[in-house]
Design a protein. Structure first.
Length: 301
């Protein structure tokens, strides 16, 4: 059960004092991860990477990741520098959630006028993963890369991250799932409003198949389930077998759901998206749901 990871998702609002209280509750409660959404085009949000930097400084053990970083607005050479810097300065507590971009009308308002098709966005994402890894290796020879979307004529890589940063793709379509299986370190499963529960098993199977065909062990691709809802005192519906409805159920029901996802599918990380992001909800997930799920899975093992 040591491989299980639990965390919560955070909106990058301007209320920094609230952020610090939330991550303090998460760390004190024993959570492992914090995902910070990335919507640079939203005026009410601060920059995700800047917020992660301040929260890494305010914590000692929690790991952080953008959930997920908007690639069209972030060149991979700068992503590599930012990610490696955050990882080094925090002692190895940064992972990189990454996506090909979805809200193209909003992206265009930031000056990116060339909208990509889904196929083109995935090709760009594939190139970006290769650029990131090349720059993180920190080899003495400059990195050169010549692709359709990125051309690097000879950039010195580095700094080298403190640990091998995981690249977790936010994939949902068939081709993006195959890309995840081929090249990614993890799959940050989209919340059910984007990918309904009934699609999760077949999506995992597609990743497994692509990983195997690429000569990889499918178990090396970390699976992160992102679960929206509220921990309540009243028994609710936590089957979550289909649809996209938020989970509103007791801590025991939440734990039962996590156990089912961890036994029927290869999910090993669980990120809580509270409907109302309060210290109380984060504490309940950390102190009631996660320990119960660990205990139940430990008995099964």
């Amino acid at each position: 059960m040591q491989s299980l990871q639990f965390g919560f998702s955070l909106d990058p609002t301007t209320d920094h004092s609230a952020h610090r209280e939330l991550v303090r509750a998460a760390e004190d409660g024993g959570l492992d991860l914090v995902g910070v959404q990335d919507h640079p085009y939203s005026a009410e949000y601060v920059d995700t990477f800047a917020l992660i930097a301040t929260l890494l400084e305010a914590t000692e053990r929690l790991r952080f990741f953008p959930d997920v970083a908007n690639l069209p607005l972030r060149h991979p050479s700068m992503l590599a520098k930012s990610a490696a810097s955050l990882d080094l300065l925090s002692g190895g507590r940064f992972e990189l959630g990454l996506g090909g971009g979805g809200y193209w009308s909003a992206i265009a308002k930031m000056g990116m006028t060339a909208q990509l098709s889904r196929a083109e966005a995935l090709d760009q994402l594939d190139e970006a993963v290769r650029v990131l890894r090349a720059l993180w290796r920190g080899e003495p020879e400059p990195v050169t890369f010549e692709g359709r979307y990125y051309n690097i004529p000879g950039l010195q890589g580095g700094p080298v991250p403190a640990h091998p940063i995981g690249i977790w793709l936010g994939a949902q379509g068939p081709r993006s799932l195959r890309l995840t299986g081929r090249v990614a370190d993890g799959w940050a499963a989209p919340i059910p409003s984007y990918l309904p529960y009934e699609k999760w098993a077949e999506s995992n199977a597609a990743i497994d198949k692509a990983a195997s065909e690429a000569g990889r062990d499918p178990h090396d691709v970390v699976r992160i389930a992102q679960l929206v809802g509220t921990v309540t005192d009243r028994t609710g519906d936590a089957e979550s077998a289909s649809g996209n409805a938020p989970i509103r159920a007791t801590a025991r029901q939440w734990a039962d759901l996590i156990v089912r996802l961890a036994t029927e599918q290869p999910f090993r990380s669980f990120v809580f998206w509270p409907e109302q992001t309060t210290v109380g909800q984060v504490e309940r997930f950390a102190r009631e749901v996660a320990p119960a799920a660990r205990e139940m899975l430990g008995r099964r093992a």
